[in-house]
Design a protein around this ligand. Structure first.
Ligand code: T4K
Length: 364
């Protein structure tokens, strides 16, 4: 198969050499322990916490469960102000926990929640703000924190994309009452399926750990409502193998991000996400077209060449009227129609990126 006939997807998991995973799996096999907060999960928690300077870090099954656990641990019931420009999981987590999503429009540059529009959405029923660090781009965490303090609200960051991003030289995952991240196969650092909660206090941390383990305390007394949010040793072993390569993967993404950007920047009025606060982890390469028509032309051309970018996030989640009441968010609705994430991953070559860029430019 020559390189032109090999399909190129929006991403591919960043994986350590198989032999390194096999070695760790032999240890799992020999221990006979597959789950229940086993040694590999504990080791992974310790290594990730140390690497990113995080306290109160708990690994769970996936990013959606991490968001649900955050809402449950904070005991929230009521309205949660969130963004329309996100993956549906942000909204489903809010709804599964019996809360109501209230949609705030986004900043057209950063693509994050527009912090200047939050206050006008606060009502007597508002209990929390749940912003998303979209594509790993840090939200204005200081402004959001000051709004939350002023109105006595909790802040949960949907930090699904944000591992490796920083703000004020600290991991972006350390902000908010709780941050919830995803370790899904498509993320910069992955355990296949996986997620994590990062709490800002040891009390919340202990509560999250009880929730993920049926509500048990250390002596296995059931002391609160919990569920099964535990990660297996098999997934944790994959995480341990992959974690060693995290810095390499991030540097590679950054180089490829700028290769794309430098080539496409001055071409036919394409625009890009504004990265101006903290540092982004370059986990996605989103391009904003002038119109949906232009985007569809590009997508068709790429698909005809077996290249499969993704429309993250389309449609704007406030328009999912099967599951939410429509609330108008014109900027998110507009950008959702015009944004396309181009392929970006470790094994994508610079020649392939150049080919993708040429096809994009040809078709607009
Ligand atoms: N909040 C936000 C803001 C999120 O973006 C997400 C998830 C969540 C919360 C929830 O986190 P998790 O519960 O998922 O941990 C993907 C991911 O499934 C999803 O995790 C992610 N966001 C979302 C933005 O993208 P799809 O449906 O586009 O993924 P999929 O499976 O089609 O994969 C995309 C491409 O990646 C494929 O075309 C091929 C490649 N791929 C994928 C997988 C799963 C592989 O090469 N190997 C694989 O194993 O949703």
């Amino acid at each position: 198969m020559n390189s032109e006939s090999k399909p190129i997807y929006v991403t591919q998991p960043s994986l350590a050499p198989l032999s390194e995973y096999v070695e760790l799996m032999e240890e799992v096999w020999n221990s006979g322990i597959l789950t229940h907060n086993g040694p590999k999960v504990q080791q992974l928690e310790a290594e990730v916490a140390e690497k990113f300077g995080l306290n109160n870090f708990s690994i769970v099954l996936n990013g959606t469960i991490a968001l649900q656990m955050a809402i449950k641990a904070l005991g929230l019931k009521g309205e949660i102000i969130t963004t329309s420009f996100t993956w549906v999981a942000t909204i489903s987590a809010i709804k599964w926990e019996g809360c109501k999503p209230v949609f705030c429009d986004i900043d057209p540059g950063t693509l994050n929640i527009d912090e200047n529009k939050i206050e006008s959405l606060i009502t007597d029923d508002t209990v929390a703000i749940m912003p998303v660090h979209v594509f790993g781009n840090p939200c204005n965490v200081e402004k959001i924190d000051s709004i939350a303090k002023k109105y006595n609200l909790k802040v949960i960051y949907d930090a699904a994309h944000a591992i490796g991003s920083t703000y004020n030289n600290k991991s972006l995952l350390s902000y908010g009452d709780i941050s919830a991240t995803s370790l899904h196969a498509t993320k910069l650092f992955n355990t296949g399926e996986g997620g994590a909660c990062i709490a800002n206090s040891s009390e919340l941390h202990e509560k999250l750990r009880r929730i993920r383990f049926f509500g048990h305390d250390q002596e296995k007394n059931v002391i609160e409502d919990g569920f099964n949010g535990k990660m297996t040793e098999i997934h944790a072993a994959l995480g341990l193998a992959n974690l060693k390569y995290f810095d390499k993967v991030l540097r590679d993404r950054q180089k490829k991000y700028f290769y794309y950007k430098n080539f496409l920047e001055n071409k036919n009025s394409l625009s890009f996400q504004k990265l101006d606060l903290g540092t982004c982890n370059y986990s996605y390469f989103p391009v904003i077209f002038q119109s949906e028509h232009q985007l569809l032309q590009v997508e068709k051309k790429l698909n005809n060449n077996q290249i499969y970018p993704r429309r993250y996030f389309y449609p704007s989640v406030n328009t999912y009227t099967q599951i939410v009441d429509y609330q108008e968010n014109p900027i998110s609705e507009d950008i959702s129609k015009r944004i396309l994430c181009l392929p970006l991953y470790k094994d994508l070559t610079f020649d392939e990126i150049q080919r993708i860029c040429n096809l994009v430019v040809e078709s607009i």
